[in-house]
Design a protein around this ligand. Structure first.
Ligand SMILES: Nc1ncnc2c1ncn2[C@@H]1O[C@H](COP(=O)(O)OP(=O)(O)O)[C@@H](O)[C@H]1O
Ligand SMILES: [Mg+2]
Length: 409
């Protein structure tokens, strides 16, 4: 029986989908996570505790475990496991991304430098050290600009600024967000030129260094800032086929520049001027969004990833099902305490809507961007065309009554 080791960060949405995919393939699952608690719910199988903020230590633990119980694949379920997975797989002789390439996807400055060295189109950028004047750097890259942390995700701390004073203020705010997130507030920040216009997400799978594009998602809500809330993703893209293909090609140049070789890729690209690569991650799409994708005769993205990691065949499994599909990450309209989400049944009843899932419990605190890093939940829709999918998602969202009580003070 094959054995798959899944690295599960605390708070991941995706444990269940990966465990299910592995079980469908008849593989035994081993879970590596930061807390014993997180593992109890996930499986009866073996488990180990690893510190994901110390990738070397985490990788050594995994290697030690694998000496006793050999594993056939190490899979990072989410962003935080990417580097430990690469290090462990390398030492175990399994298909993997080079550690340096994985590390560059976890550090936006390293990513920018690697893309720049290879001449891959991306935003103009400068790195702001603790004592640098962010307003000067903003002028250097050109206004409007985007100020962002190097290490966070889900658009947390990503802020557009239209003039030098706003850029300086954004820099202060990003540093406060870093402190709140437990990261170094004195670390470097990125100041980038704002790339206007449409944005897509590209999902792909790397096999032996070759990128196979699995899906291109349009993001039909304009992402003009000042904060960059993800909302609707719809595939297939309504861009001209040649444009979408070129954007996939741009992502492939990016993965080559970084040295990524194996496994899932999630990238964000602005369409502007032939394409600008915003970000490449060595993982699949986050949150529960992968549920918007089905391959071959109903195979999940997680199953595609586990199959690839185990060296199983993928013939006929890399083509997405016909028709339109999409997901809406339900934004948090303001910070406070979630009192209630009404209208869920009514939203589910919208034609084309597959499911509405609220992932924050009532009574829990919620935080809007740029400080926040979670969504209220997800809406899934499927229909003949992407336009119908988008309409269904909007209609369903319109039926939700989200009640958030403002924090006192
Ligand atoms: N230079 C930029 N120009 C235009 N939009 C940007 C730029 N940088 C970031 N954004 C917007 O902010 C979002 C999040 O930024 P990103 O760098 O991908 O950070 P994260 O890791 O938080 O996803 C992007 O998807 C995009 O919409
Ligand atoms: Mg991103």
């Amino acid at each position: 029986m094959a054995r798959v080791l899944l690295i599960l960060p605390t708070g991941t949405y995706r444990a269940g989908d990966f465990v299910q995919a592995a079980s469908r393939l008849g593989a035994e699952v081993v879970v590596a996570s930061e807390h014993r608690q997180a593992m109890a719910a996930s499986m009866e199988g073996r488990a180990l505790v690893v510190p994901l903020d110390r990738p070397e230590v985490a990788a050594e633990r995994i290697v030690g475990f694998a000496r006793e119980y050999p594993v056939d694949a190490v899979i990072a379920v989410d962003e935080q496991g990417v580097l430990p997975a690469a290090l462990a797989a390398e030492r175990l002789g399994l298909a993997h991304n080079p550690a340096e390439a994985a590390a560059a996807t976890r550090d936006k400055v390293a990513l920018r430098h690697a893309l720049e060295a290879a001449g891959v189109p991306q935003p103009r950028f400068r790195v702001a050290g603790q004592h640098d004047d962010v307003s000067e750097l903003a002028v250097a890259v050109g206004l409007p600009c985007v100020v962002k942390p190097v290490s966070l995700s889900a658009s947390r701390g990503v802020i557009r600024a239209d003039d030098p004073a706003a850029a300086a203020a954004a820099g202060q705010r990003v540093r406060a967000i870093l402190a709140e997130a437990g990261e170094d507030p004195a670390g470097p920040l990125l100041v980038e030129g704002f790339v206007p216009g449409a944005e897509v997400a590209v999902e792909g799978l790397l096999r032996n260094g070759q990128l196979e594009v699995l899906a291109v998602f349009d993001k039909p809500d304009p992402l003009d800032g000042p904060y960059f809330e993800e909302t609707i993703y719809v595939t297939p893209s309504r861009l001209p086929a040649r444009t979408a293909e070129a954007l996939g090609g741009l992502v492939a140049r990016g993965t080559t520049a970084l040295g990524l070789r194996e496994g899932p890729v999630h990238a964000e690209v602005r369409v502007h001027d032939g394409g600008r690569l915003l970000e490449v991650a060595a993982r699949s799409i986050g949150g529960r969004c992968s549920r918007a994708l089905r391959f071959g005769a109903g195979v999940s993205l997680e199953e595609v990833i586990v199959r690839h990691a185990l060296g199983l065949g993928l013939d006929g499994l890399l083509a997405r099902e016909a028709g339109g599909s999409g997901v809406m990450m339900i934004p948090i309209p303001r910070s406070g305490v979630l009192t209630e989400v009404g209208g869920v049944e009514s939203a589910r009843a919208v034609d084309g809507v597959d499911d509405v899932e609220i992932t924050v419990a009532r009574g829990r605190p919620v935080q809007a961007l740029p400080e926040g890093d979670r969504y209220l939940g997800f809406i899934f829709a499927r229909s003949t065309t992407p336009a119908e999918v988008e309409a269904a998602l909007r209609a369903a969202h319109g039926r939700l009554e989200i009640v958030i009580q403002a924090n006192a003070g």
